[in-house]
Design a binder for this molecule. Structure first.
Ligand SMILES: Cc1cc2nc3c(=O)[nH]c(=O)nc-3n(C[C@H](O)[C@H](O)[C@H](O)COP(=O)(O)OP(=O)(O)OC[C@H]3O[C@@H](n4cnc5c(N)ncnc54)[C@H](O)[C@@H]3O)c2cc1C
Length: 504
């Protein structure tokens, strides 16, 4: 029975996680909660996190955010997927696109026909050319997809690349407009009930005490509540994902304003390239066990494609997550809960999912352990799926002769990933997820992009005559090219749709 009581929520942290949480709670649970957010400008935010996944569009829509307005404010660009350069082997490049390969419908996955052609030695274009998303990216165009499922222009999705330092302020004005209350100050003590262990209040440096029913830890890597105060153990995944640092350095956008993020393999990790309207974000994600910070700094300085607009900045992290994301009356969101490197732009997605599950399982003042356990189960599932997907990128490679790559190529991987790889190697079959992140096409893009070629294919792909498959494929490739050629250039579209706004 719902009690109808108002739950008093205290959010600690005003980065992307804090303001996404505050905005979503006041918008989606009106009359059920009050939201007070405490943040310290002196501590500041992590200030990176510029590439997203298509799911963010649904989040923004639920919050009533107008796309063009949001993109103009955050100086955003469109993102059709991620280009992986030099991952499977030195010199190669593939795009993991948002959307499907082929027409996106049919009894069996399109790539099964493509595999059959390969097995029979029939020449067909690269798989990437059957993706609208990848083709739009390669041709540097953009146009919104259509909703008619019969159209090839309905087979792609898109996300955003935006200035991370402008996203939280954007959400802040929205959240405050809806009634969230902000307190500037540094939390210096977390006060717990001696019996239950629940958090009762926080003490600020000013001496002010802030009490609440539910506390949301969005304090970033410091993990002030769930990590420090509640001492929830951290599951360390660095043996599978050894990158533990990033050297970030933005530059002017002097080369193409590509509608995709690039992830370029380097000696001991990889570097990102994220073009925004006003600048390009760059950073070298590396493992400090394999190269020094000085070497990483030199590498990123040498690699950026435009005039640098800031000195290189180092960020330190560890791959993994808290054993439980919700403990007692404390829910952790964002970096406070865990971190997986930004190779597939998943952190903001994880924040969004955590908030979604919190809203779905939103507690009474008296928290039910059943809701909490279900929440933790869902979060574990999200993290574990992403973890396996990221490890795949490192493990499925022929890069060799570099200590870092020799390590990741030969390391034992989680059983869950080993099973998925085996399944794909036999007949190109992928584990099917009904929803969430990284559905079939994502796994197919990375497996095939990195050279994991199955021995066989789905038997049903043998039914049509070979010539008709090959002919249909060439026609489809041409249809995609023609449709994309008609689209406006990416920059042209941005200038018309969402030219960047001046931000105070
Ligand atoms: C190198 C790197 C690259 C990344 N790239 C991407 C990407 O491309 N895509 C993506 O989705 N994600 C990316 N991320 C992750 C992304 O940056 C974060 O998920 C996102 O910014 C959320 O951060 P946060 O709000 O959890 O923490 P933060 O931004 O660190 O915010 C923490 C907040 O807590 C406050 N705080 C801390 N201690 C106290 C205290 N004692 N009292 C009061 N307030 C306090 C701080 O002032 C701040 O407001 C990247 C992360 C890194 C490290």
């Amino acid at each position: 029975m719902n009690s109808g009581e108002i739950v008093n929520i205290v959010v600690v942290g005003g980065g992307t996680a804090g303001w996404m949480t505050a905005a979503a709670l006041v918008k989606l649970l009106p009359g059920r909660c009050s939201v007070r957010l405490v943040e310290s400008e002196a501590i500041g935010i992590v200030g990176v996190g510029e590439a997203t996944l298509p799911h963010i569009r649904a989040f923004n829509e639920r919050l009533g955010i107008r796309e063009a307005d949001f993109m103009a404010w955050t100086r955003g660009t469109f993102k059709m997927g991620i280009e992986f350069r030099h991952w499977g082997a030195e010199g190669d490049s593939y795009i993991h696109p948002f959307g499907t390969f082929g027409p996106g419908s049919g009894e069996i996955d399109f790539h099964q026909y493509w595999l059959r052609m390969r097995h029979e030695g029939v020449p067909v274009p690269d798989l990437e050319q059957f993706s609208m998303g990848a083709t739009i990216g390669r041709m540097n165009r953009f146009q919104l997809p259509v909703s008619d499922p019969r159209s090839i222009a309905s087979t792609y999705g898109y996300a955003y690349q935006f200035d991370a330092t402008l996203f939280a302020p954007y959400l802040r004005q929205l959240a405050e407009g809806l009634g969230a209350e902000r307190t500037e100050g540094k939390v210096v003590a977390v006060n717990r009930n001696g019996e239950s262990g629940d958090i009762e209040s926080l003490t600020l440096e000013s001496g002010e005490i802030i009490a609440g029913d539910l506390f949301v830890d969005c304090s970033g890597f410091v993990s002030l509540l769930i990590g420090k105060a509640l001492d929830e153990p951290f599951q360390d995944w660095s043996h599978w994902l050894p990158c533990d640092r990033a050297m970030a350095m933005p530059c002017r956008t002097e080369t193409a304003l590509t509608p995709y993020t690039s992830a370029i393999a380097m000696k001991a990790g990889w570097r990102w390239r994220i073009p925004l309207q006003h600048r390009t974000g760059n950073g070298y994600v590396y493992s400090s066990s394999f190269i020094s910070d000085d070497e990483a700094r030199d590498a990123i300085v040498g690699a950026v494609e435009g005039e640098a607009i800031a000195e290189p900045r180092i960020l330190k992290f560890r791959a993994g997550r808290r054993e439980r994301s919700w403990v007692n009356n404390c829910v952790s969101v964002g970096l406070a809960s865990g971190f997986l490197e930004p190779l597939e732009s998943t952190s903001i997605y994880l924040i969004q999912q955590t908030i979604t599950y919190l809203v779905e399982l939103f507690p009474e003042r008296e928290i039910s352990p059943v809701d909490r356990d279900e929440f933790n189960r869902l979060i574990d599932m999200e993290y574990d799926r992403i973890r396996d997907f990221l490890i795949l990128h490192y493990h499925a490679t022929t890069r060799s002769g570099m200590e870092f790559w020799d390590y990741v190529r030969t390391m034992p991987v989680p059983d869950t990933l080993a099973d998925k790889l085996e399944l794909f190697r036999r007949r190109g079959r992928v584990v099917k997820y009904r929803e969430g992140v990284f559905l079939d096409a994502s796994w197919i893009a990375v497996y095939l992009g990195q050279g994991v070629v199955p021995e066989g294919h789905d038997l049903r792909a043998d039914a049509p005559p070979s010539e008709s498959i090959a002919k249909g494929m060439h026609q489809l490739r041409d249809q995609i090219r023609t449709a994309v050629e008609r689209m406006p250039d990416h920059r042209e579209h941005l200038d018309r749709y969402c030219p960047m706004a001046k931000v105070a």
